[in-house]
Design a protein around this ligand. Structure first.
Ligand code: ADP
Length: 433
């Protein structure tokens, strides 16, 4: 039976104990000696209990405490209660860890947890298999000492984990892995590694397929176009045939434009050219573009103004930048109703070198803006077809800019016009010597 601890009862018991000795002392006429003997006895009893407590805590296999009474009973009960509570907590935690481990082993991806000092805290079985980690031998070792691919090390140290990277596997160069790092808690990182070999092979196949098909279609189309031109030149063909030939020629031109744009897109996608190696003379390139724009503008009669900083040259890939700028300028000419005003600027800005094309055409509604750079996305299909556009122009611009670490900004108000612009980082500007 367990009684709650009472200081009063305990003090009363002590008092009674000492009183018995005091009575004996009074009877034997040596009160002090008797009380001292009682205190020494009390001390010995407590020492005995301390000894038992120590033996129970450190040497006994028994969980339940020895049976005692008084204050010591409360101490034993208290310790026993704490032990039981801790044991239950440990059991619960153990179960939780076990379930978490089972869950993480069931993950189809390799997972590694890394602490603030880049030391490995934990990894699952797939991480051991795919990344060649040893467990528990590699616990605490720096992850960047074990995965040595330069691209991974750069990604790991850059601290910008918004996008994953694709890198060949450290154990098998035929495999491609996608590494994604997610920061969590106090400076901890979770690395998830997915095998994307099949996906990247399919992506490569898709790119090759588009490039090959476009290339193969080019020759037959040139032949058809050649014959169509010869047949159209004959003045004596009957009017129906003449109309048919005209339409066929216009459609083959559209197909040729489409194929050229597909090839440009494939080339940019496959390009591994570095943007820091060659200087692009943008002022000269824009002068040529101005001449081409004026030729294209003959039917439309827009006023086109070019404001170009003649000193502003940048590092980049000339063919790609020309393609991006001409697409933006030609789009403004095509999609602005006749007699409009178009302004092209190439100037320094706070962030770098800024190219912008501003027109006062019909503008683009906000809900189209998010999708407008997708392949074959058109705001007004019938009108785009009339302009002979392939639907790939802004897609090409997007790819070129992403290759130059930039992006297309579009500002538009329906009925007032659009502004298409991009900024090349100041790092890319070639400062005049
Ligand atoms: P397309 O070859 O059809 O011109 P783009 O990718 O170049 O394809 O453009 C996509 C769509 O964006 C066009 O069909 C057109 O509707 C719209 N667009 C592009 N530039 C402008 C502009 N300056 N003003 C209005 N609409 C534009």
């Amino acid at each position: 039976m367990y009684y709650p601890f009472s200081w009063l009862r305990s003090t009363a018991r002590l008092f009674l104990y000492l009183q018995i000795f005091a009575l004996i002392g009074w009877y034997l006429e040596d009160l002090l000696l008797a009380v001292c003997l009682g205190a020494v006895g009390l001390l010995l009893i407590n020492y005995w209990h301390l000894f038992r407590l120590n033996r129970w805590l450190w040497h006994s296999r028994k969980m339940s405490p020895p049976t005692v009474r008084g204050v010591w009973e409360h101490i034993y009960e208290g310790i026993y209660y704490l032990q039981r509570r801790n044991r239950n907590k440990r059991k619960e935690l153990g179960l939780l860890v076990k379930r978490f481990r089972e869950g993480s082993e069931a993950l189809p991806d390799a997972a590694v947890v890394v602490d603030a000092k880049a030391g490995i805290v934990w990894c699952n079985r797939l991480a051991r298999l795919e990344l060649g980690l040893k467990w528990p031998a590699d616990a605490g070792r720096r992850l960047d000492n074990l995965i040595r691919h330069p691209q991974f090390i750069e990604y790991f140290h850059a601290g910008d984990y918004h996008f994953p990277i694709e890198v060949p596997s450290p154990t098998n160069p035929n495999k491609t892995f996608e590494y994604r790092i997610m920061p969590y808690g106090d400076d901890h990182l979770l690395l998830i590694v997915r095998n994307v070999t099949r996906l990247s092979q399919l992506e490569e196949m898709r790119k090759d397929f588009v490039a090959n098909v476009s290339h193969e279609l080019r020759t037959p189309l040139t032949v058809i176009n050649g014959y169509l031109e010869i047949l159209s030149a004959d003045d004596e063909t009957d009017p129906f045939l003449h109309k048919a030939l005209k339409e066929m020629t216009s459609q083959t031109h559209r197909m040729q434009n489409l194929i050229e744009d597909l090839l440009v897109l494939s080339r940019i996608e496959a390009s591994s050219e570095r943007i820091y190696e060659k200087v692009v003379d943008m002022p000269t390139m824009l002068k040529q573009l101005q001449i081409e724009a004026q030729t294209l503008n003959r039917e439309k009669g827009h006023t086109i103004e070019f404001h170009v900083d003649q000193q502003l040259k940048v590092f980049g890939i000339e063919t790609e930048l020309r393609s991006a700028c001409s697409n933006l300028v030609f789009n403004a000419i095509h999609y602005t109703p006749a007699g409009g005003h178009i302004e092209v600027t190439w100037q320094r800005s706070v962030q770098g070198a800024r190219f912008a094309v501003i027109d006062n055409g019909d503008g683009i509604a906000q809900d189209h803006l998010a999708r407008i750079t997708e392949r074959f996305y058109r705001v007004d299909k019938a009108r785009s077809r009339k302009t002979g556009g392939s639907g790939l122009g802004l897609s090409i611009v997007k790819h070129v800019l992403s290759h130059h670490n930039s992006q297309l900004e579009i500002a538009s108000t329906v009925g007032e016009g659009c502004e298409f612009s991009f900024v090349l980082d100041s790092e890319l500007i070639q400062e005049p010597q």
